[in-house]
Design a protein around this ligand. Structure first.
Ligand code: ADP
Length: 726
């Protein structure tokens, strides 16, 4: 921001807050934002720069009672969009109306939020207020534009900032406990902070939907940073900017209630990007790259086998894509199945996996996974992470998918337990440290080079395990291997950059099935939020822009995705009713995130999504008849037909396929040794998890990703231990 408010036109002192890592400085204002709607209250974060200033104001007239009610000048507000700050600069003309608006949001998804910006600007200019409809499918960006515009217009309206009581004298706070909340990834994040006169004594952060997405440990990690720094000005968690922003906003509100002058907190210390890094050499038995499910499984086993392990993690928290796994873990011939009278066999598990993978899978690897799956379940029992709930899931002949007792998502559950074990065993996890290169000596892998923001590490190891996950988040690699998927959104964790594949290839590794990328058919494109299969399983249907069904909604992911891509615009709407919402907890997250539209009638819903009301009504009627008859003449669907869709209100979410899992990757053998392009194992190099190819073939069946990481994490560890001991 160039310059702060120049003169006293903007009445009252706007509390300028110290800068935040990604947000810049934030400011809270409460007040009437829109003269046309005097009762509207808003809380907004404004200004992106590190300078404690909040508006670009070039006021021309002090007359706030001019025609449009705003003070002429240019005012800027900032709010958090999908991928970072969104800035709205409004110019108020001589008549007091909004003459122009410049909206910038570099971090917004170009095809979604980015594409919505011109339309949002039009809406702003037409409405002459921040009270705009937004653009469907770009809910985060729309929300941010509204919030930032409201903040800018509040300044333009000359609003005073509610400052509240102040701490006495030199004290930082008025002692007490204060709470505030702010909108995060999937709903409100609440921060409760307890302060004494000069210290933050405790901080509690709650936000169910956030923890589901990045793991509760990530949220608590941010709390620890705040406690350690005794300041709200700490670095956001990379890869969790929406959640971090919400936490910062809520915290600053709570501290403001506690009488804090937020400008007294120093700005976060920034590493100088140009400063030379120091060099450090480390030694260990086994260096494991990536602390997702496979990496942590391997680290725990190797440590229990007496090896000295270094676990590298490029993110500030563990978990990777594993955190996002919702279903469970497939395993056959387990004690849980036996206790529950479920008949299943390793052989059927193998055949189901081969069948699901279009017979493209490496049968030997599938056999290892299936044969070791029951033992893996026992091992999870032993580390206090039992998966006792056994049920059916897509592609499995028998009840085979094992899930936590309490119905929580398997990924976050396992990652939390793995991390506990990792900490209990004192394993050295190097966070924010990205492996960049494998070190070799005479053809054998003997270590890893890695970088943190300040140190270049050389880690010498007897063995290296790559467990870096997939490449779903690396658009360049996606385009390299699947040009047809250019621009497709991804549900992958931020660390899914394909580093392990690149590093392994650099030392001669072969790749298998690298173009096999699983699309998930129901991904909301503005947020990359995955709409769980259970919504269709519980009875939702898919319609195209013409308001018509076009497929059996419960075919395999690849088939439903392909069918969607053939529809107008390559997208569809998932339609459900209130009864379905009432029965499925996950839907609350979608509603609170703002990605659903709803109406009291089908016709009203049709209007909301811009399709012909009569056609949509007819589609619903036919579907309800099919449910009544338990026969779907149109597309042969025969599951998820327990209830029709007849209880208002009705809901729709616009969805399209999103990249979900990269099934191909580094070639390994049954010992998890990495295989080179001549078919020989690369000495000292092992790999496990999503970074490898072969287990899933052409289509991964639900529950096999978790089986893969636990079994092959174990195998890779055992092989690496044996290699160290050779
Ligand atoms: P898997 O399911 O195979 O365990 P995940 O995606 O769960 O895969 O975990 C992979 C982990 O590896 C993630 O936490 C990711 O951030 C991390 N990672 C990816 N590339 C690197 C790298 N170059 N250095 C360190 N960690 C990495």
């Amino acid at each position: 921001m160039k310059e702060s408010m120049k003169n006293g036109l903007i009445r009252g002192v706007v509390a300028a807050l110290a800068s935040l890592a990604l947000l810049g400085c934030l400011m809270w204002m409460e007040g009437n934002l829109n003269p046309a709607n005097q009762s509207q209250q808003s809380t907004a974060a404004v200004s992106e720069s590190a300078v404690p200033a909040v508006a670009q104001a070039e006021p021309i007239s002090a007359d706030a009672d001019a025609a449009g009610g705003f003070l002429p000048g240019t005012y800027t507000g900032t709010a958090n969009g999908f991928g970072g700050p969104v800035e709205v600069a409004v110019t108020i003309g001589e008549n007091g109306g909004v003459a122009d608006a410049v909206i910038t949001g570099q971090g917004e998804t170009p095809d979604v939020g980015g594409a919505a910006i011109p339309e949002l600007r039009n809406q702003l200019l037409t409405a002459q207020s921040a009270d705009i409809d937004g653009v469907s499918g770009a809910s985060f960006t729309s929300g941010a534009v509204k919030e930032a515009a409201a903040a800018a217009l509040a300044l333009a309206a000359g609003e005073e900032v509610e400052t509240g009581p102040k701490a006495e004298g030199d004290n930082l706070f008025i002692p007490g406990t204060y709470s505030a909340s702010s909108k995060g990834f999937g709903g409100d994040v609440e921060v409760t902070v307890t302060v004494s006169e000069n210290a933050i004594e405790d901080i509690q952060i709650t936000g169910d939907h956030e923890t589901e997405n990045i793991g509760s440990f990530a949220v608590s990690m941010l709390g620890e940073r705040i406690m350690d720094a005794q300041s709200p000005n700490v670095d956001a968690l990379s890869g969790a900017t929406v959640t971090s922003s919400a936490i910062f906003r809520a915290l600053q509100q709570a501290l403001t209630q506690a009488g804090a002058d937020l400008t007294r907190f120093p700005a976060p210390e920034k590493a100088d990007a140009n400063a030379p890094k120091s060099e450090e050499s480390l030694e260990c038995d086994i260096c494991i790259i990536g602390a997702g499910g496979a990496g942590m499984t391997a680290a725990i086993h190797a440590t229990q086998a007496g090896k000295n392990v270094i676990l590298l993690e490029m993110m500030p928290y563990v978990g990777g894509n594993t955190t996002k796994a919702t279903g469970g873990m497939n395993a056959a011939e387990t004690h849980y199945q036996a206790e529950q009278g479920i008949e299943d066999s390793v052989e059927v598990f193998i055949e189901d996996t081969m069948e699901g993978g279009h017979q493209l899978n490496d049968r030997d690897l599938v056999t290892v996974m299936a044969e070791n799956s029951a033992e893996a379940i026992d091992w999870l029992d032993s580390i206090g992470a039992p998966l006792p709930k056994v049920s059916f899931s897509g592609g499995a002949t028998n009840k085979r998918i094992h899930a936590p007792e309490d119905g929580s998502g398997v990924g976050a559950y396992l990652v939390t337990h793995f991390l506990q074990k990792v900490e209990e065993l004192g394993i050295n996890v190097m966070y924010d440290t990205r492996a960049t290169e494998l070190i070799t000596d005479d053809g054998a892998v003997t270590g890893v080079k890695a970088e943190s923001s300040t140190v270049s590490y050389t880690i010498n190891a007897k063995a290296v395990i790559i467990a870096t996950g997939g490449f779903g988040n690396n658009q360049d690699m996606i385009v390299q291997y699947r040009p047809d998927l250019k621009g497709t959104v991804s549900t992958s964790a931020p660390g899914a950059m394909g580093d392990g594949i690149v590093m392994a290839q650099a030392v001669g590794a072969d790749l298998v099935d690298i173009d096999q990328i699983q699309l998930h058919p129901t991904v909301e494109q503005g947020t990359s939020m995955l709409i769980t299969e259970s919504v269709r399983g519980d009875g939702a249907i898919l319609v195209n822009q013409e308001g018509k069904r076009f497929t059996n909604e419960l075919l395999t992911r690849d088939k439903v995705s392909a069918a969607e891509l053939e529809q107008t615009g390559g997208y569809a709407y998932i339609i459900f009713d209130q009864r379905l919402r009432d029965g499925l907890k996950a839907i609350e997250k979608y509603v609170s995130t703002g990605i659903t539209v709803q109406a009291d009638t089908i016709e009203g819903l049709a209007e909301q999504i811009g399709c012909d009301p009569a056609t949509l009504a007819e589609t619903l009627e036919s579907w309800n008849q099919a449910v009544a008859a338990q026969k779907d003449e149109a597309f042969g669907r025969d599951t998820g037909m327990e209830n029709d869709l007849s209880v208002a209100p009705y809901y729709a979410i616009k969805i399209a396929p999103g990249i979900h899992h990269t099934m191909g990757g580094v070639k390994i053998n049954t010992e998890a040794q990495v295989i080179d392009t001549d078919g020989n194992p690369i000495p000292g190099l092992f790999a496990a998890g999503e970074v490898t190819g072969g287990v899933h073939g052409g289509n991964r069946i639900g529950g096999n990703a978790v089986a893969d990481i636990v079994v092959f994490g174990t195998v890779a560890s055992e092989s690496a231990v044996a290699w160290c001991d050779r």
